[in-house]
Design a protein around this ligand. Structure first.
Ligand SMILES: CC(C)(COP(=O)(O)OP(=O)(O)OC[C@H]1O[C@@H](n2cnc3c(N)ncnc32)[C@H](O)[C@@H]1OP(=O)(O)O)[C@@H](O)C(=O)NCCC(=O)NCCS
Length: 363
């Protein structure tokens, strides 16, 4: 049977479950043989709201691989995100399948590996770590909602996240509050280290934190009592200047990286920039704002101002907007063909945008 005839036998299905994950499937005789999971979420970026389609659970049954099924579903996911008002796509994965669809490494992150001795050096007396109980839930919400770059979480989203096994370790989470004299100052969400070994040495992962940075670091040594591991690994987004300052001040090194195991793509640039209008108004004079325009035709993106136009393809636009990826193994990006004119000057006033760390929102 030719590939074309075979493809005529399969059908596509879309269903949404109670956790609002959209399942895009290819069925053969009623059985799903290929799957892509998609969750549409809102993200707050510097006071503006944008929409992100998160992709996870990509799989094809072994006997049906290398026939283009996952590619077909990913192309469908890109269309569905656009139709559902999504501006960006974040893929929990980094491989040829996604790179061919012009997904690129996501975000600028500082990866910190904290040894037990370093954590002890950060210790501050009077801080207490409390294992969260259901009654503490609103403390988590109150701390998270004060973060300026974050995912919008409904009550159900947050509950789902706490029960879920997020990246980077994909193991169950333990939620801990950092308190002093009964006052809640922050939280640490730690992933179970037992299943994290995977031949890379034992370590615990901090998948999310929020609240007073100095209190979080002052309490982190207590995690080594709860988890008998030599090392704690966590990621600090490049825009978390306070956390990075405190770590550098204590002589704790970090390595620049991107969101581990993730890639992303701009789906709808004009809509993204429309939603970021208040941000643009804050950074540009009125006449500058009027001059700058963002257009898109398929996978061709046009940024224009002062008679200059910069035309970029899918995969090239992302480093302009969110900053070029940096880190070990990532080739240095070629300089952008921006010249030194008006367009360059305006773009450098507004970009890069901060990249939202998904934490509990990875799927
Ligand atoms: C990764 C995975 C989902 C790909 O599914 P798939 O349906 O085989 O994907 P596709 O057929 O669209 O593409 C896979 C490869 O087949 C190739 N291909 C597509 N159509 C083809 C055809 N007609 N003939 C030969 N090769 C073909 C593609 O070029 C692609 O190659 P590349 O990945 O080296 O660039 C599948 O291998 C899988 O389930 N793996 C285990 C789970 C997993 O790792 N999921 C991804 C998590 S990030």
């Amino acid at each position: 049977m030719s590939q074309e005839d075979w493809l005529n036998r399969v059908q596509e299905r879309e269903r949404t479950d109670e956790a609002r994950i959209m399942h895009l499937e290819i069925l053969l005789e009623g059985q799903a043989i290929s799957h892509v999971g998609l969750r549409l979420r809102e993200v707050w970026l510097c006071g503006c709201r944008t929409r992100v389609g998160s992709i996870g659970g990509v799989a094809t049954e072994p006997e049906y691989r290398r026939r283009g099924l996952a590619t077909r579903l990913m192309e469908r996911a890109i269309r569905r995100i656009d139709e559902e008002g999504g501006d960006l796509m974040l893929v929990s994965g980094d491989r040829g399948l996604y790179r061919r669809l012009h997904c690129v490494p996501a975000g600028k992150i500082h990866r910190v590996r904290l040894s037990r001795a370093e954590a002890e050096g950060l210790h501050r007396p009077g801080l207490e770590l409390k294992v969260a109980e259901p009654a503490d839930f609103l403390d988590f919400v109150a701390l998270y909602e004060k973060e300026p770059v974050r995912w919008h979480r409904s009550w159900e989203d947050f509950q789902w996240g706490l029960k879920h096994t997020p990246a980077p370790a994909w193991t169950p989470t333990n939620a801990l509050l950092v308190r002093r004299k009964g006052e809640t100052l922050g939280y640490l969400i730690v992933q179970e280290p037992a299943r994290v070994e995977r031949g890379r040495g034992q370590r615990a992962f901090l998948s999310e934190y929020a609240g007073v940075r100095s209190a979080l670091l002052g309490a982190v040594s207590q995690l080594f009592t709860l988890y008998p591991v030599p090392e704690l690994v966590f990621h600090v987004p490049a825009h978390d200047a306070e956390m990075l300052y405190l770590l550098a001040d204590q002589g704790i090194a970090s390595e620049t990286s991107t969101l581990p195991g993730h890639t992303f793509k701009v789906i709808n640039l004009p809509r993204l920039m429309e939603r970021l209008e208040p941000y643009l108004q804050g950074r540009l004079r009125e006449e500058e704002r009027r001059e700058l325009s963002f257009q898109q035709e398929g996978e061709t993106f046009r940024l224009a101002a002062g008679g200059e136009t910069l035309e970029l393809a899918g995969g090239e636009i992302e480093p302009v907007i969110f900053g070029p990826p940096e880190g070990p193994g990532i080739p240095q990006s070629r300089p952008l063909p921006l010249g030194g004119g008006k367009l360059h000057s305006l773009l450098s006033k507004v970009f890069p945008l901060p990249f939202p760390w998904p934490g509990l929102d990875t799927i």
